[in-house]
Design a protein. Structure first.
Lengths: 338, 236
């Protein structure tokens, strides 16, 4: 069957690639239903990646946050019509030690391989997770939630047991979702958020305290921290975290920066800090994310950061949704009707 | 119920490159009509899919289904008629014989040689047929259309922004299509080039679903070469 793949060929320019899907292969055929934009997609769209990276990775279909509906499954794992989320992380082997999202050879759909902006997506059954009782527009950001689930797992494995207080640097969608996940997974810990934007910080009504990054009290201390800023903000966030964190704390880095970031290693050594890099997610994180998203309170909170745009029915609409995303404070989600 | 109707009654007289009707030529690894059938089969809104084939090619079509699709009870092959509309009505006869008559039944007709049809087009056809009764798929004309009676001199140049190029799917409430066709005179029937014209002749509004330029009809050798290039060229 001929499938339409909507590829970004150069910044702000899309073209269609036609591929033949083999319906007799052991792959689940899914019709994408709702998609969500990520900063990484936006950086490709705007051409804000290094020119060498753009030349290497484009043309490529964007989007790695997507839920869909199973249309056909020759493996018999899913029923026709089952609502599912798709895992963009694609390991090539089972590794009992290394998480699948870091293992050598693992590739990622929408980074060097076509993402989900396709008429149909075909995936092996282990890259598909069913969901029930989650509104589709919320299910669209399951991958995003799973990334925060993964980070919380990495912290859980690496961080010492004093967990009275955890600080998050950042006030965007990632920080908001992570705060929700930490609240559920570590209910005994106090969660603090440090940000810059009063409008965004006001959404964090469920945490134990919020601070402006330019007005942090000198007596502010915490056991562990997560950095969710990325970009130019990484330097200042990491520097502040090192300054205020208690000795032997664990710092989980989640923000992506195009440039190298200078770090105060002297104080890292002096305090005996542990830095953990956390990126992307695997199947176990998706399963846990779906479990969390099926709870009412979590859904209601996550719903606050979702802006549902008009359905996408043409390439013109794709360009429009990327433009709209630049004006929304948190996550942009849209129905995929291509 | 909603029925897909893939029209494959032709015998490929415009292709002149093969004795085989064009819908049976390979595009990539499989025949054009199999690509089209697979796209229709993936649409969950369609309950059953009919294929209208020239009587000489019925066995071949059934063999292809067996080979590429396997055992399935949602695909039915019937003999096509002398022209496009006869094939559609042969399919409707079989639908009503097997599933009975129902005013809400919808038929989504489609050229077998348009394998680049998308789910959006199919779904929008079904939605619009439920609402308006008759639907065509068309794209805005890109070239200026000129009108000529004798093929030598231009009679008129219609305003381009009002011009569209018709594609398929074309979809209808079966009861409406039957009623309108039954009201046509023999002279009116002789002017029909497609099913939507049945509605136009009888002043029945036909809703337009936006097509795609890529939804090409593989009719000539050039079309076939373009289609092969679109899916990545010919594999040896």
């Amino acid at each position: 069957m001929i499938n339409y793949v909507y590829q970004l060929v150069s910044p702000k320019v899309f073209s269609v690639k036609y591929t033949d899907i083999d319906l007799n292969a052991d792959r689940v055929i899914i019709r994408p239903n709702y998609m969500a934009l990520c900063h990484a997609d936006q950086r490709y769209f705007l051409g804000q990646r290094d020119i060498k990276v753009l030349n290497k990775k484009l043309p490529m279909a964007l989007i790695h946050e997507c839920c869909g509906i199973v249309e056909y499954d020759p493996t018999g794992t899913f029923k026709k019509g089952q609502k599912v989320v798709m895992i963009p992380n694609t390991p090539i082997r089972k590794n009992p030690v290394i998480f699948e999202n870091y293992d050598k050879g693992t590739y990622f759909l929408s980074s060097g391989h076509d993402g989900f902006m396709r008429e149909f997506v075909d995936l092996p059954p282990d890259r598909v997770v069913a969901y029930n009782g989650v509104p589709d527009e919320i299910a669209a950001i399951t991958e995003f939630v799973s990334v925060t689930v993964h980070a919380s797992t990495r912290f859980d494995l690496a961080g010492h047991k004093n967990r009275d207080s955890i600080a998050i640097w950042g006030d965007g969608s990632l920080a908001y979702t992570l705060a929700n996940v930490l609240k559920l997974r570590f209910p005994e810990s106090k969660i603090y958020v440090v940000g810059m934007d009063s409008r965004k910080l006001s959404h964090f009504s469920f945490v134990d305290g919020t601070y402006f990054s330019n007005n942090i009290p000198e007596d502010f201390h915490f056991d562990h921290a997560f950095e969710c800023c990325g970009g130019e903000g990484s330097f200042y966030a990491i520097d502040d975290i090192i300054k205020y964190i208690n000795p032997q704390g664990t710092v989980t880095l989640m923000g992506v920066s195009e440039n190298k970031v200078a770090i105060n290693t002297r104080d890292i050594l002096e305090k005996g800090l542990t830095f953990v890099g956390s990126s992307r997610s695997g199947r176990a994180d998706f399963e846990k994310a779906v479990e969390l998203m099926e709870t009412d309170a979590f859904q209601k909170r996550i719903n606050k950061i979702i802006s549902v745009d008009t359905p996408v029915k043409s390439i013109k609409d794709i360009i429009k949704v990327f433009g709209d995303d630049l004006t929304t404070p948190f996550k942009t989600v849209f129905k995929w009707d291509m | 119920m909603v029925f897909g109707a893939i029209l494959a009654g032709g015998v490929g007289s415009r292709m002149n490159i093969s004795d085989m009707p064009k819908q049976f030529l390979n595009l990539g690894d499989k025949p054009i009509i199999v690509h089209t059938l697979e796209k229709f089969r993936l649409c969950t809104r369609l309950d059953h899919i009919y294929i209208g084939v020239h009587p000489d090619w019925l066995t071949h079509m059934n063999d292809l289904i067996k080979k590429y699709i396997g055992e399935c009870d949602d695909v039915h092959v019937v003999a096509g008629g002398g022209d496009r509309n006869s094939t559609i009505f042969n399919i409707i006869d079989d639908i009503e014989k097997n599933f009975g008559e129902n005013d809400e039944n919808i038929i989504v007709t489609h050229d077998s040689v348009r394998p680049f049809v998308t789910q959006r087009m199919i779904v929008e056809n079904i939605d619009a047929a439920e609402k308006y009764g008759a639907v065509d798929t068309a794209t805005s004309a890109i070239d200026t259309i000129v009108e000529s009676d004798d093929g030598e001199f231009i009679k008129a140049i219609p305003e381009r922004k009002k011009m569209y190029q018709g594609q398929t799917p074309q979809s209808f409430k079966i009861s409406l299509l039957k009623k309108l066709y039954g009201e046509l005179t023999s002279e009116e029937k002789a002017t029909l080039t497609d099913a939507c014209k049945i509605c136009i002749v009888k002043n029945q509004p036909v809703y337009i679903v936006e097509g795609e330029i890529s939804n090409i009809k593989i009719t000539t050798v050039s079309d076939y070469k373009i289609a092969q290039a679109m899916v990545g060229g010919v594999k040896n």
